[in-house]
Design a protein around this ligand. Structure first.
Ligand SMILES: Cc1ncc(COP(=O)(O)O)c(C=O)c1O
Length: 404
């Protein structure tokens, strides 16, 4: 069906606004693809990636998420192709995070169950974590599948809608003051004090096994992309939104394993209000971003890069970008409407960050040149979450309520 002219004009207007948006940029002079692949394979060895893929793909409700071809967005972004890996349907939980947290819960439960089983065979383990919303959902879902308890730590920036979704999965909620990084520390202390199993998606030391398990789970999405792109030319760029950098490092590890001879450029995208990867790459060391990190991109509101992910990011990321909050609803609306016949996609506030950055870069010739983006480029990006908080989605995308 032909889009009415007024709707087309409105979408064009949104794209125009996105293309004039400000983007912060740091080029990483230490990026070294070969070295990155060596480091990434130490971080997530082949066996860990294969084990995660075999396990996750054996779950009864597993299906690969769609890889969408978006020629309308490619045109608007002035590149040859854009693919969007749409993680919104993942296990009914709305984000890629389901791959990591639930896999780690299962791994621990299989190995430590004997220690905590009651006489009637009930698993008495308690799993705990901190979350911006999505990781907690994955852990709570993974625990519930196994009949276990979960306790999830939330900082004040996590919305009531996301809290309700966690409770619906059986999680007990503890609200703490401060930022995501503070809630990570609270969850770790509670785990140590109570003998609970901590399933973190980040760490500040090399001792904690859970971030590696979580990240091994994320590599399943690379496996799927490789299969889905079988007949196509490979991407030249991958835009990956980053919180603690676990997803970006896992994708680098997965891509290095599957396409070792031809790795694309990896570009991270963060909120201007929480750019810990960008600042760390700029400073050549992990630096902490202070403050409330009060960004609409709640899943990316992290002030500290994961210790495990950092060496891979330092060698593997070519460019770090940061975008302002005000362009997020513009990009969500563009995606919801669908550009020039592209499928309409429900992208959440953090989920849309990669597409938002790609469109914002399109209007800046110098930045395009620096990133090596041209009409021949093929860009892969990820809708890392769908409408995981329906009330926030409805407030930011008025077209969604008009349609219902
Ligand atoms: C929707 C979404 N996208 C991206 C990320 C970033 O992942 P990471 O923190 O591993 O960098 C998160 C993290 O919670 C998220 O929830």
């Amino acid at each position: 069906m032909q889009e009415p002219n007024s709707a087309r004009d409105a979408t064009r207007e949104l794209i125009r606004a996105l293309r004039t948006a400000r983007v912060r940029h740091v080029r990483n002079p230490r990026s070294n693809p070969r070295q990155a692949c060596v480091i990434a394979s130490r971080m997530l060895p082949l066996g860990a990636q294969l084990e995660a893929a075999a396990e996750v793909q054996s779950w009864p409700n597993y299906t690969a998420t769609p890889l969408l071809n978006l020629p309308g967005i490619a045109d608007a972004a002035r590149v040859g192709r854009v693919w969007l890996k749409d993680e919104s349907p993942r296990f009914g939980l709305g984000s890629f995070k389901a791959l990591g947290g639930a896999y780690a819960v299962g791994w621990f439960a299989a190995r430590r169950m004997e220690a905590r089983t009651s006489r009637n065979g009930k698993n008495l383990q308690t799993f705990t974590c901190a979350t911006d919303g999505n990781h907690g959902r994955a852990v709570a879902w993974g625990a519930r599948r196994l009949g276990c308890r979960s306790v999830v730590y939330l900082h004040p920036g996590v919305s009531v809608g996301r809290e309700a979704a966690l409770r619906a999965l059986g999680a007990e909620i503890v609200r703490v003051a401060g930022t995501y990084d503070d809630s990570v520390r609270e969850a770790a202390s509670a785990a140590a004090a109570n003998g609970w199993i901590l399933v973190g998606d980040t760490s500040d030391n090399d001792q904690d096994p859970s971030p590696a398990l979580v990240m091994a789970g994320y590599t399943v999405l690379v496996e799927e992309c490789v299969d889905q792109l079988k007949q196509s030319a490979r991407p030249t760029h991958i835009f990956i939104q980053s919180g603690v950098g676990g997803l970006a490092a896992a994708i680098i590890a997965g891509v290095c394993r599957r396409w070792p001879a031809q790795t694309p450029l990896f570009v991270t995208v963060e909120p201007t209000l929480a750019p810990c990867v960008l600042r760390s790459l700029d400073a050549a060391r992990r630096v902490t971003v202070e403050g409330q990190l009060n960004t609409v991109m709640a899943g990316l509101a992290c002030g500290e890069v994961s210790c495990l992910a950092w060496p891979t990011l330092e060698a593997g990321v070519s460019h770090a970008l940061a975008i302002d909050d005000d362009i997020v609803p513009l990009a969500m609306r563009v995606m919801f409407k669908g550009v020039s016949g592209d499928p309409a996609v429900r992208c959440g506030e953090s989920g849309v960050a990669g597409i938002a950055a790609l469109l914002a870069v399109a209007g800046d010739e110098e930045l395009r040149g620096s990133l090596g983006l041209s009409a021949d480029s093929r860009v892969l990006t990820i809708n890392t979450e769908g409408a995981t908080d329906p009330a926030i989605f409805a407030a930011l995308v008025p077209e969604a309520s008009e349609q219902s």
